[in-house]
Structure formats: structure tokens, C-alpha cells
Design a protein around this ligand. Structure first.
Ligand code: FE2
Ligand code: FE2
Length: 179
């Protein structure tokens, strides 16, 4: 598997891991609402910064743009559907955010589950699609796109925030894998 596609696949694994942890958070019936609010706010930040700005950003701005330049109608059709799913995911995260603003934990859980369902299917779909297009991309193309990914990541996240997100995920893992 080429560098650029492998990078996106690795990020899918991280997002999937967080979606699983979120399921456990949503089934936590013992923590105080204030504690839940803190975790839910952290989750929403992760989805906005990592899943959307960083990951979907890499896909839309670099990989999808390159694939579109191939002028293949079938690929273009798939790209439109995938971008539509990114838009829908953004809408769910915005609703999760709204629910947190008014501290409505039930509404947050409802939107969070919709988001989880959508993103799980989206990642499965992309993994199948990426396996297909991986063979159509030369090593050179993969290297160029991967360098663009690195710059993009530095731009939207930066080293410090990246480390913070990792720490946050590790902390959730420690707390919620035991629950
Ligand atoms: Fe995507
Ligand atoms: Fe993706």
C-alpha cells in the first residue's frame, strides 16, 4: 500500500478506535453530568479537529482533487457521494455541539450515535475504495500527496495539539476500557 493511502488508513483506525470508546462513554450511567459534559466536549473537539479538519481535509483537498483530475466518471460519482457523507458528518457534529451548548445530554447521545453509524459505514466504504485506487497510483504520486498531507497536518493541527489529542485518547482508553 502506498504512503498516502496508508496514512489515511491509519487515521481510519484511530477514528474507529475513538468511535468505539464513545460507545462506551454513552453507556456510562454512573458518571456525573458535569463529567460527561467534559468528555463529550473533548470528543467533539477530536471530531472537529482530527476527523474533519485534518482527515477529511486531506481527502478532499489532496487525494480527491487528484482523483478528480483522472477524468473518470465512475470515480467522480464515488467522490461526490463520499464528500456528501463528509458534509452530513459535519452537520451531526454541529448538532452535537449545539446539544452541549444547552447541556442536553440525551440529544448529544442521539446525534453522536447517528454520527457513529454514518462514519462507520463511510470508513468501510472508503477502505474498499482506497484499496482499489491504491493500485492505480504510482509511488511518486503517493509520495507527492503524502508530502501535501504532512504540510496540511502541520497547518491545521500542529505538533503540540496532535500530542494533546493522543494524550486525550489514551486517557479515554484507560478510563472507558475498564467500564
Ligand atoms: Fe472520508
Ligand atoms: Fe476517510
Amino acid at each position: 500500500m502506498g504512503k498516502a493511502i496508508q496514512d489515511l488508513r491509519n487515521e481510519h483506525t484511530s477514528i474507529h478506535h475513538v468511535l468505539n470508546l464513545m460507545d462506551r462513554m454513552l453507556m456510562d450511567y454512573t458518571s456525573q453530568p458535569s463529567v460527561k459534559l467534559r468528555y463529550y466536549n473533548e470528543l467533539t473537539t477530536f471530531y472537529k479537529v482530527f476527523a474533519d479538519a485534518c482527515h477529511h481535509g486531506k481527502e478532499e483537498r489532496y487525494l480527491f482533487r487528484y482523483l478528480h483530475s483522472l477524468n473518470d466518471e465512475k470515480i467522480d460519482g464515488i467522490l461526490e457521494e463520499l464528500k456528501g457523507e463528509h458534509t452530513q458528518a459535519r452537520l451531526w457534529v454541529a448538532q452535537m455541539d449545539d446539544a452541549l451548548t444547552v447541556e442536553d445530554l440525551n440529544e448529544f447521545a442521539r446525534c453522536a450515535r447517528e454520527y457513529r453509524n454514518l462514519l462507520t459505514l463511510h470508513i468501510e466504504r472508503e477502505d474498499r475504495f482506497f484499496a482499489l485506487i491504491d493500485g492505480m497510483m504510482t509511488d511518486e504520486v503517493q509520495r507527492v500527496i503524502f508530502s501535501e498531507f504532512e504540510l496540511h497536518e502541520e497547518d491545521v493541527i500542529g505538533y503540540g495539539v496532535h500530542e494533546e489529542l493522543h494524550k486525550m485518547i489514551d486517557q479515554w482508553g484507560e478510563i472507558f476500557s475498564r467500564k
